[in-house]
Design a protein around this ligand. Structure first.
Ligand code: MLT
Length: 248
């Protein structure tokens, strides 16, 4: 059976976020990078709060539709929350977990309040405002100063998302549970990836996930912040290939 890799995008992006991985990895495996509910071209109905469990169920349905029974499931940031929700729900569909620039803790009260503010900002002022607020935290200072095409690609991807999807996902992230008990019981292969300059998910967050998962590895990519796969796709893709070659 052809090996499959499912890549889940962060907030508030879309499946095409993973274009450098789809291009770089599709010779080695089948790559699925779906638009999560409400993002990109997806038009499934949006609840007020889009939970990570709902998104995980959607991804399982996407896998069914694509005839993919099991896959390596990777997610970046919010995509990582969805990957963990999927692994908790249907571990038998997961060959291995790849958790990128994400965290296993739940939000605290301050974090949940910030989610509601993001939701209201998106609904009242539109995605462009969200893009402007998020951009400085997503890319390294070097990327922001020296890679105008990447900055434009990221900014325009956020700016074209629907305010309702941004609001629903923001509220859904506020409801996610702590996932450390899942990670402590995870015995299949696992890889944690982050960017050396990620300030949204500082290194100790990734170290804690690596330490929780028996036998997992942590890779810290140079020249990358929160959007590590977009900022350093060559190193990101190589890390994924090397990892997948350890068990398939
Ligand atoms: C993301 O990149 O998906 C978000 O920063 C995740 C979050 O806000 O927790």
């Amino acid at each position: 059976m052809e090996r499959a890799l499912v890549l889940l995008h962060g907030f508030p992006f879309e499946g095409s976020y993973w274009q450098p991985q789809a291009e770089g990895l599709s010779a080695a495996c089948r790559v699925l990078a779906p638009d999560l509910r409400g993002f990109g071209a997806d038009r499934r109905a949006l609840p007020t709060a889009l939970t990570m469990e709902q998104l995980a169920d959607d991804v399982l349905a996407d896998m069914d539709a694509a005839g993919v029974k099991r896959a390596t499931i990777g997610g970046l940031s919010m995509g990582g929350y969805v990957a963990m929700a999927l692994a908790a729900r249907s571990p038998e569909r997961v060959d291995a977990l790849v958790l990128c620039n994400t965290r296993a803790t739940a939000d605290d009260a301050e974090g949940r309040a910030a989610r509601e503010k993001t939701a209201l900002d998106a609904l009242e002022h539109g995605p462009q405002v969200i893009a402007r607020a998020m951009l400085p935290k997503l890319l390294s200072e070097q990327s922001q100063a020296q890679r105008p095409e990447l900055v434009r690609r990221i900014e325009s991807m956020i700016a074209r998302q629907r305010p309702e999807a941004i609001a629903a996902a923001s509220r859904g992230m506020a409801l996610r549970p702590d996932r450390f008990s899942l990670l402590r019981g995870w015995t299949k292969p696992a890889l944690v990836i982050t960017g050396a300059h990620d300030t949204l998910m500082p290194l100790p967050t990734s170290v804690a996930m690596r330490d929780a998962m028996p036998g997992s590895r942590l890779i810290v990519l140079p020249d990358a912040a929160h959007l590590s796969s977009a900022e350093n796709p060559a190193a990101f893709n190589q890390a994924l290939l090397d990892f997948m070659n350890t068990y398939q």
